[in-house]
Structure formats: C-alpha cells, structure tokens
Design a protein around this ligand. Structure first.
Ligand SMILES: NC(=O)c1ccc[n+]([C@@H]2O[C@H](COP(=O)([O-])OP(=O)(O)OC[C@H]3O[C@@H](n4cnc5c(N)ncnc54)[C@H](OP(=O)(O)O)[C@@H]3O)[C@@H](O)[C@H]2O)c1
Length: 327
C-alpha cells in the first residue's frame, strides 16, 4: 500500500510517500481501507518531533480518517464493507496513522459514517468537533443564551465551535484576520465577526457586546492572544485553552484573573475515553443533521499532494484540509 512516512523527525519535507505492507490488525482491531483523511496542526508538530508520546519512525501520521471495513475484528459490531469514521485514540500519535491506504485501528474508536455524509466529511469531522464539544460543553459548561468568543474561528476547531455553539443557542463572536473568512463565518452562523488583526479588536468586541459580556472563550491561539482573552472575558468567564498557534508561552494579567473571577482551563481531545467520545459524537452528528450542516471542507488534495496540503493548513484554511487517499 501507499503511506506517507517519516524516517526521522524534523521538517515536514521529511514525509515521503512510500510503498509498505498493509498493517496486520491485532486483537480488537479492524483493518480499514482508508478513503479520506484530514490534516490537523498536531500532525505537523508530530513530524517536527514536538509531540509527546509520538510513535517510533518509520511513522505514518494522521489522526482523522474515514473508510470501509476491509477486515472486521472477531465478534465485533462492524461487518466487511461497513463505512466508518475514526473518533480518536492513539492512531496517528503512537500507532500508525491514517495518511495511508490501509490502517489497523481499535474497533472501540470507530463509529459508522453518518448517513448521507461523504467520506471527506467523515474524515473532517471527528477531531475538531470532539475538541470543540469538549471546550464548549464538557469543560466549558455552556448554557443557552450565553456569549461565546472564538479565536482562530476560521480553522478546523474554530468553525466547529461556531457551529456547535449556535446549535446550543449561544451568541457567538468569531475572530479572524481575513475578510473573506469573516464573511463565511457569518454564513455559518456567527452573530458577530471581528478582525482579529485590528489594533482596536478589544474595543470592537466591547462595543458589540453592549451591556452583555463574554461568558466563555474557545481559545485556539495562545501566546499574546491568551491575555487578550483575559481582558475581553466578562466577570466569571471561562477561558478554554485549546491551541497554541500564536505562541507556546503566555503572560496573563493576574489582577484581572482575580478581580473577574476567571477560570482558565487547558483541555485535550486525547482525554476522551472511547465510550465518552462515541456519546459526544452521536450528539454532535444529531445537532449537525438537525441543521442540515456538515463539517466544512476548505480543500481536498490527492494522496500525492500531502506536502501541498500541509502548506495550505499552515497558511490558515477555512475549515478542514482533507486528503483523498485513493487518488
Ligand atoms: N487541545 C486539543 O485537544 C486540540 C485539538 C485540536 C486542535 N488543537 C490545537 O488548536 C489550534 C487550532 O487548531 P485548528 O485545527 O483549528 O487549526 P487551523 O485549522 O490551522 O486554524 C486555525 C486558525 O487560526 C488562525 N491562526 C493561525 N495562526 C495564527 C497566528 N499565528 N496568529 C493568529 N491567528 C492564527 C487562522 O485564522 P485566520 O487566518 O482566519 O485568522 C487559522 O485559520 C492548534 O494549535 C491545534 O494544535 C488542540
């Protein structure tokens, strides 16, 4: 089979498309013929050697994928030919990932491809929607009528957070540096969109809030953005720290934390147990289906174009960058 692998961690250019034997599933694992995979910033960190618990080279990254069951596991709930999506686990972290034509994955981490969804949508959804659900609901405790601020709102996690927050009847303020992406954020339901690059972004958020306040922040950027969020959050606000695209370290105004009784909490999609992920995913799919919505795909690339696809992810997509693994 064809698989993208690196033999030495470092630059993303170390990834090569190679011929390698298809994996042999272990007990409890299913052999999946991968039809589509999706990229995440974590794949890049892993190839660069910056990810904890990464598998030993030669290693295939890819934590998101959808495909067809080629060989079910004995006594399992899936049959040959079933269409499935991967919800998480160690695939693409310490176990060989989805940027390959076949993957052997634990059955507990597979769910049926939602009815009417394409393979691309099935690959694009799980990691970012489960992350956004954890930030909004499981950790963030979002209540209907509250106001959610989403930073890096045009990306995979950001668009998922906007769509899910709207399905939970929250008011959404979305930040993006790009005018075209801000227009699209409005189309997917953001109530207020603001230029994240504007010098007076905080003033604009305050003006948009009127007498209201930011109750919950989905913070995808880190670095200086975290303290900006501390300044923009209202009294009792919860800041859910998801990502670090703008910096690994942050300085926060401790006085504001105290005076506004803020909660800053880091969260990881890896904290899901399989049954918790299955339950959350079923609820996410139910909410998307109820609104006729689907995970947003920025662009699909052929299997041979994975290097270009990583370039697109780095440049800042609107939604997800996906790979057609059979093309
Ligand atoms: N904690 C977890 O379990 C978990 C799970 C998934 C992802 N993550 C992390 O969450 C972050 C977001 O992931 P994602 O998949 O949404 O990423 P993404 O699809 O690449 O999108 C992130 C968006 O953030 C903006 N952005 C990127 N770099 C920026 C910078 N230096 N300064 C300001 N804005 C910047 C861009 O939007 P504009 O160009 O429109 O401004 C971009 O579209 C990443 O750090 C990722 O590793 C964490």
């Amino acid at each position: 089979m064809r698989a993208w692998r690196f033999h030495e961690a470092g630059d993303i250019a170390n990834l090569r498309l190679e011929e390698t034997p298809a994996p042999e599933p272990r007990v409890g694992e299913v052999l999946v013929r991968v039809e589509a995979a999706a990229l995440n910033p974590a794949d890049r960190y892993l190839v660069q050697g910056q990810y904890p618990r990464a598998g030993a080279p030669p290693f295939t990254p890819g934590r998101d994928g959808a495909g067809v069951v080629e060989r079910p596991c004995a006594g399992g709930r899936f049959r040959e030919g079933d269409r499935v999506v991967l919800l998480g686990g160690l695939t693409g972290i310490s176990e060989q990932g989805m940027l390959a034509e076949y993957a052997a994955v634990p059955e507990a981490w597979l769910a049926p491809l939602p009815e009417g969804w394409t393979m691309r949508e099935g690959a694009a959804g799980p990691l970012v929607f489960l992350t956004a659900w954890r930030a909004l609901v499981i950790c963030g405790g979002l209540r209907a009528g509250e106001t959610v601020l989403v930073t890096g709102a045009s990306g995979g996690v950001g668009t998922a957070a906007v769509m899910l927050a709207k399905s939970l009847d929250a008011r959404v303020i979305a930040l993006s540096r790009d005018a075209a992406k801000r227009a699209r954020l409005e189309e997917v339901g953001a109530d207020i969109v603001i230029d994240a690059g504007a010098a007076d972004v905080e003033k604009q958020v305050k003006a948009a809030l009127g007498t209201g306040r930011v109750d919950l922040v989905v913070e995808n950027l880190g670095g200086p953005c975290l303290n900006q969020c501390v300044r923009m959050a209202g009294f009792g606000g919860r800041i859910m720290v998801v990502g670090l695209l703008a910096g690994l370290n942050a300085e926060v105004a401790v006085g504001l934390l105290i005076h506004k009784c803020l909660r800053i909490e880091g969260l990881s999609v890896s904290a899901y147990r399989p049954e918790e992920a299955q339950e959350a995913w079923a609820e996410i799919v139910r909410r998307l289906d109820a609104n006729g919505a689907r995970p947003l795909i920025d662009r699909a690339y052929a299997m041979t174009e994975v290097q270009d696809a990583f370039g697109r992810l780095h440049a800042g997509p609107f939604g997800k960058v996906v790979i057609d693994t059979r093309a």
